[in-house]
Design a binder for this molecule. Structure first.
Ligand code: GTP
Ligand code: MG
Length: 195
């Protein structure tokens, strides 16, 4: 699946702009700056496909990528703190919530959590929304290259504990680094089984 073509489809700013719900999709959700866009680039091996940057609030639209006609990868704007005017942030956060609660072809949401930070209150809020909407989600730990094995073990324990509150969560975490390519094969295989 990932050996084939991958194309940018469109950036969506309101629900009516979503592409026709005619094929499965998976999305990447998480706090601003957690590494959603970088992970899409790493998974596809296309560096500039999704725009990444060190400024939280880089992705402000729902960006659709087509994987060889089989399904979509969906890069979402972040939630939580973002370096953008408040009304702008409020608008994309509302869109994000509508999308997560109301996309019939969404097969799984990958809930990205920074390995250094673990699950925060805003993450719980989004996970509760996914629970209520019965959208299965799976945690992907990002930026694994930034911490050592002991800190990683602590994060994994904290996240596993946090997930017990969420019926829509898969118990298995996927530990990744877009920088070092850790965990990418596992995540690609998971996505391939869904699309
Ligand atoms: P928003 O679009 O603002 O919500 O952010 P995002 O979640 O898409 O994050 P993005 O991919 O833009 O990455 C944010 C910053 O983290 C960038 O400076 C990336 O280079 C860095 N980054 C992302 N993934 C990794 C990783 O695996 N390791 C390291 N060391 N840095 C990473
Ligand atoms: Mg982004």
């Amino acid at each position: 699946l990932f050996a084939g073509p991958v194309d940018f489809v469109k950036g969506v700013v309101a629900m009516p702009g979503l592409p026709p719900a005619d094929r499965p999709e998976v999305c990447f959700a998480g706090r601003s700056n957690v590494g959603k866009s970088s992970l899409i680039n790493a998974l596809t091996g296309r560096k500039g496909l999704a725009r990444a940057s060190n400024t939280p609030g880089r992705t402000q639209e729902i960006n659709y990528f087509d994987l060889g006609g089989r399904g979509f990868l969906v890069d979402l704007p972040g939630y939580g703190y973002a370096k953008a005017p408040l009304p702008v942030v409020a608008k994309w956060q509302a869109l994000l919530k509508q999308y997560l609660a109301g996309r019939p072809t969404l097969r799984r949401a990958f809930a990205l959590i920074d390995s250094r930070h673990g699950v925060k209150d805003v993450d719980h809020e989004i996970m509760r929304l996914l629970d209520r909407s019965a959208v299965p989600f799976q945690v992907v730990l990002t930026k694994a290259d930034k911490i050592g094995p002991q800190a990683m073990a602590q994060t994994v324990a904290q996240v596993e504990e946090a997930l017990q509150k969420h019926p829509a969560a898969f118990p298995e975490l996927i530990v990744t680094s877009s920088e070092k390519a850790d965990g990418l094969a596992t995540l690609r295989a998971t996505i391939a089984s869904l699309l």
